[in-house]
Design a protein around this ligand. Structure first.
Ligand code: DQA
Length: 151
């Protein structure tokens, strides 16, 4: 059975309450329950981590080596400036898919740059909670050897 780790970074514990016009009304625990169900329907085991701390995310990436087939990461605002998370992604062989609920390219200028994107397998941005489902589909395809981006 393939196993993926879904990491949500800073402020994503506030989903449902936080700027619902941008991030929707679903809470993080509701989102995780929906993803878990989707995983079960597709023979995928999912683990979840949410942290507001850069170091916790970095350590989770290090520890994922050998334990997960893929990591799905919404690094929140760390996306835009954390070279430490970028280096952690580069340091492991497990592929990382970057996800965002909002379309980061349609928002403030500082969100247009992802320092993580160049070292990820790919990025999904702007589909709300569906971004995570699309990432799981991508992770399943990659785990079965069907990575279509050549990476
Ligand atoms: C986000 C986009 C980031 O710019 C922001 O800082 C977040 C959430 C998203 O899922 O749309 O915290 O990653």
């Amino acid at each position: 059975m393939v196993k993926f780790l879904i990491i949500n970074g800073p402020n994503l514990n506030m989903l449902g309450k936080r700027e619902p016009g941008i991030y929707g009304s679903q809470s993080l625990s509701e989102l995780e329950a929906e993803l878990k169900k989707y995983g079960q329907q597709h023979q995928v085991e999912l683990d979840f981590l949410q942290s507001n701390h850069e170091g916790v995310i970095i350590e989770a990436l290090h520890q994922a080596e050998g334990r997960y087939n893929c990591i799905i990461l919404n690094a929140g605002a760390f996306t835009h400036y954390s070279f430490a998370i970028r280096d952690a992604i580069s340091a492991i062989r497990v592929p990382v898919i970057e996800v965002h609920l909002s379309n980061i390219y349609a928002r403030e200028e500082f969100r247009h740059k992802s320092v993580l994107a160049p070292v990820t397998a790919g990025q999904i941005s702007g589909f709300g909670t569906l971004s995570y489902i699309l990432a799981i589909q991508g992770a399943i395809a990659m785990s079965r050897g069907g990575n279509s981006n050549g990476g």
